[in-house]
Design a protein around this ligand. Structure first.
Ligand code: ZN
Ligand code: MN
Length: 475
């Protein structure tokens, strides 16, 4: 049997709580350095931690959404290590008793569904940040120290870099739907560390595990996993390079992984139960309340959009990428006769505008009712698509309604057969060469004649009708 890749993933997500994990300092990104600190998150002697209820709820919410069990009782543990960004010299985490455990995420695969088992989703605190200056000095910044952090760990169920990538998109979207984390990798709110090795399924023999750090986008995770799989396979087959258990970092510029340090084991951290915190025992009624408040998740919502609106699966996938975009689409679709047309507009012009402006749907200065007014005019044949695109831009620029713009500027589509017939005849008379081509069998030549009529009407002619009239006249 050939060697098989095994990949596991550890994801850390910062929770969007109001305050930090064990103190009342604000959990806010981008504040002046060290402005959100206190004796607890600076680890000063005599200070005592108090757990954040909203953070506990966020992990339970996530656990339930991933089909995990919520522990009846669990404890925090100290993970001991020295690093300048960790003021206490230990991190409060969870070790042998995670808050939630044993769930799964189902991926679409490549038309072949794949189940990734979730080993655990637990709660811990984030560290501060070391900022390395070009003069060789290092600054330590403590605003992030003590920010609630959720760690989601999978079983080593991934076989390809593509599945790892799909998992990260899926998990990110689930966390955003749940409202527990913004999960923005560029802001360091979601960080992931894949562990990769190869196994011989016959003998059970395996190459040493390699963990990769320093990954700051889903794209770099994908590239790093691909690179590392290839490096290890080559090393195992050729024996040119000795494989060792280690932590490697991803070099964004050279697109290679490189040794960072030899892998520490759990023993190195000397975990022990956190003596300053009582065990957590979430009340069953509270867990049921959280379960009842779970929103419809992206996958279920995409499946419903296919059924309720008759959309292609592709459209449904794109529209449910974020909860806000899906809400927006549904609000537009509710008020138009053609849901697919609404989908085309949201997926096309709306998303193009968002990409160009770099914002999310909340920044679009166009209420769903405004867009449905425009879509309805297209559906009714009052304006054609070309005109509608101009109207869309004007609606955003001028803040006016679609109907209002169409009336004020006389943009309604020309569907008057008499007038169009006259224009068609002129197009035929003006373009003898094209007409000859068409009659000689070049059927595509008709496009140029339609174009001539559209030009004469500044794009307002009903193109379908023009096409029909031309065919009739040309025989
Ligand atoms: Zn604090
Ligand atoms: Mn961790």
């Amino acid at each position: 049997m050939p060697l098989q890749p095994t990949i596991g993933l550890e994801v850390h997500a910062e929770l969007s709580t109001k305050s930090k994990m064990f103190c009342s300092c604000a959990n806010e990104f981008g504040a002046p350095p060290d402005s959100h600190t206190c004796p607890v998150c600076l680890g000063l002697p005599g200070s005592l931690p108090v757990p954040n209820r909203q953070a506990v709820e966020s992990v339970i919410r996530t656990g339930l959404a991933l089909g995990c069990h919520v522990a009846e009782r669990c404890r925090f543990a100290r993970k001991n290590y020295f690093y300048p960004d960790l003021a206490k010299n230990f991190q409060i985490s969870q070790y042998d008793e995670p808050l939630t455990h044993d769930g799964h995420i189902d991926l679409e695969g490549e038309g072949q569904p794949v189940r990734i088992r979730i080993r655990r989703a637990h709660l811990e605190e984030d560290t501060g940040k070391n900022i390395h200056l070009s003069d060789g000095h290092t600054l330590v910044e403590y605003n992030r120290c003590g920010v609630p952090l959720m760690e989601v760990v999978t079983e080593p169920d991934f076989r390809t870099a593509e599945h790892v990538r799909e998992y990260l998109y899926t998990l990110r979207s689930i966390l955003q739907y749940l409202g527990v984390s913004s999960a923005d990798m560029e802001k360091g709110q979601m960080r992931c560390e894949p562990t990769i090795n190869w196994i011989d399924p016959d003998t059970g023999e395996r190459t040493p595990k390699v963990e990769i750090k320093n990954l700051n986008s889903i794209k770099s995770v994908y590239e790093a996993v691909k690179y590392e799989l290839a490096r290890q396979k080559r090393a195992a087959a050729m024996g040119e390079e000795e494989l060792v258990q280690e932590t490697r970092r991803w070099d964004e510029a050279k697109l290679v992984t490189a040794t960072m340090r030899l892998k520490e084991t759990a023993d190195d951290y000397m975990y022990f139960p956190e003596p300053d915190l009582a065990p957590l025992a979430p009340e069953p009624e509270w867990i049921e309340e959280i379960r009842a408040s779970l929103p419809e998740l992206p996958r279920a919502r995409a499946q419903r959009l296919v059924v309720d609106y008759g959309l292609p699966a592709y459209d449904a996938g794109v529209l449910t990428e974020t909860r806000d975009l899906a809400d927006y689409f549904e609000a537009v679709a509710a008020a138009v006769p053609d849901a697919k047309l609404a989908s085309n507009w949201v997926m096309g012009d709306v998303r193009a505008w968002l990409n160009q402006e770099g914002g999310d749907i909340s920044t679009l200065p166009l209420a769903p009712t405004a867009l449905s007014e425009l879509v309805s005019l297209v559906a009714a044949g009052t304006i054609n698509n070309t005109t509608a695109k101009d109207v869309f831009a004007k609606m955003i620029a001028e803040g006016k309604g679609a109907q209002e713009i169409v009336e004020a500027e006389g943009l309604a589509q020309i569907s008057d057969t008499g007038e169009l017939e006259r224009l068609v005849e002129r197009a035929i008379a003006d373009n003898p060469k094209i007409v000859e081509d068409y009659r000689g069998g070049k059927r595509k030549a008709i496009g140029a004649l339609v174009g001539a009529v559209m030009k004469a009407t500044r794009g307002q002619a009903n193109a379908g009708l023009v096409n029909k009239l031309l065919k009739k006249k040309l025989g």
